[in-house]
Design a protein around this ligand. Structure first.
Ligand code: ASP
Length: 439
């Protein structure tokens, strides 16, 4: 019998997880069983994915740069990547602003609802506001200073330092290009082999993906309370999701125009990564799978994928910036805080920068939203109220925006690859070949 394709397996796992969670809540069963016996499977899966992120970046980026053969090609790829990332983020924020201004989700939120939300989520909101205050304390060049590590082992010891690791690896890869080929060969062969091993590890981890997403979604739903407040935020959630869907359409149109690849082919190739992004709410945890799909199933050559994807996971968050724009305007509408056209332009700028600064982990976008709200002058005493307002639906929206974050990275990888002649036919024709070979 033909094996069910991976994306269907993951989708079925997700659906079963949701149904299980809802039934569990319906029967008022004790969440402790789910926390003790089901949740750990999801946690282990996320840890496994994070575990191979740094080795994967090191092996594939060094191999990628070494294969390029000359540095000018690398600076071409680097320049285009950053340029296109900034443009797509600006477009995402603009789409968010258009959606929120048309839908006007903040109208009709009563003072009672605000009070109720504040009572329920006020404390959690304060935690986010404080986290944002700590981020702002650094100077304007801190971002660049932070990118240069003073110890590679220190940098590689935390996934949060992804940019530091990328900095070291690019530096290392360029130096490798500058020495004599016969001197470089042993190291190149070593990283070639390491790269193959790490990619095989991704395949092996993906074997448990369907069960793991079941565990992730089941434990998420069992842990969710206060669902009655969801309905008050329906229009706001609709504005975010509508904006995100428009952004996905935008990617597919641009891809068709630039690379000739049809939306169906793109979705078929990237969907396992999208489903994982949805289940984990973390672009960082999804990174190994995003890289593998882009390279093996969408035809982006390693030289491009190994640079564009990890950099994108850290700085390109189109879904997050779009959400920040919608959320900022929604909060101002609901709290009757007037926004001028200039304020909306400020949101474009700050949401773009805030999404670059957001970590690729669950809930990070909300912390940086505080900075966007401050930039339009929302008084300090209203910040926590604003964050409390959107807290109830933040996790589901986080899941959706993370899907767009990784889809944006994949799109840009394909566009950059096309522009430098590095987009070829996918290595894996039948997209589940890899797993079948592994299983
Ligand atoms: N969870 C998002 C990501 O990992 C970041 C965010 O918007 O909170 O891409």
């Amino acid at each position: 019998m033909k094996k069910l394709a991976l994306h269907w397996q993951i989708l079925i796992g997700m659906l079963l997880g949701v149904i299980f969670g809802i039934l569990y809540n319906q029967f008022n069963l004790d969440p402790v069983y789910v926390n003790n016996w089901i949740k750990p499977i999801g946690t282990i899966f996320i840890s496994l994915l994070k575990l191979i992120a740094i080795p994967l970046i090191i092996a594939s980026l060094i191999k990628g740069i070494a294969d390029l053969g000359d540095i000018s090609k690398f600076s071409q790829i680097g320049g285009r990547t950053i340029g296109i990332y900034i443009v797509t983020t600006l477009i995402a924020v603009t789409i968010g602003l258009v959606a929120v201004n048309i839908i006007q989700p903040g109208d009709g939120i009563s003072e009672d609802t605000v009070a109720q939300l504040m009572q329920t989520y006020g404390q959690d909101a304060n935690v986010k506001v404080n986290a944002a205050t700590n981020q702002v304390k650094s100077g304007p060049l801190q971002f660049i200073v932070d990118m240069v590590p003073d110890n590679i082992f220190g940098a590689a010891s935390s996934n949060r330092n992804m940019l530091q690791v990328i900095f070291f690896v690019v530096f290392f890869g360029i130096s490798l290009l500058l020495i004599k080929p016969e001197q470089a060969k042993p190291l190149k062969d070593f990283f070639d082999s390491l790269n193959e091993v790490v990619l095989k590890m991704v395949d092996l981890i993906m074997l448990i993906a369907p069960v793991a997403v079941f565990a992730l979604l089941a434990s998420l739903i069992v842990g969710t309370t206060n669902t009655e407040l969801f309905s008050a935020l329906g229009k706001y959630a609709f504005a975010v999701v509508a904006g995100l869907l428009l952004m996905l359409c935008f990617y597919m149109i641009v891809l068709k125009m630039v690379t000739g690849i049809s939306p169906g082919t793109f979705l078929k190739g990237i969907s396992p990564a999208q489903l994982l992004a949805f289940s984990t709410s973390s672009s960082a945890a999804t990174l190994p799978v995003t890289m593998e799909r882009v390279e093996e199933h969408l035809g982006v050559q390693k030289e491009v994928a190994s640079f564009v994807c990890p950099v994108g996971a850290t700085i390109n968050m189109d879904g997050t910036s779009l959400y920040q724009a919608v959320a900022a305007v929604f909060i101002c509408q609901a709290l009757s805080f007037e926004l001028t056209f200039a304020d909306q332009l400020t949101i474009v700028l700050t949401a773009t920068l805030a999404s670059i600064g957001s970590a690729a982990v669950p809930g990070a976008g909300m912390v940086m939203l505080v900075i966007v709200l401050e930039s339009v002058g929302l008084p300090a005493d209203k910040l926590a109220i604003g964050i409390a307002l959107i807290f109830a639906v933040d996790r589901p929206l986080d899941m959706c925006r993370t899907v767009i974050n990784i889809s944006g990275d994949a799109t840009v990888a394909m566009i950059v690859a096309k522009s430098v002649g590095k987009l070829g036919p996918p290595k894996v024709k039948n997209w589940d070949d890899n797993l079948e070979k592994t299983a």
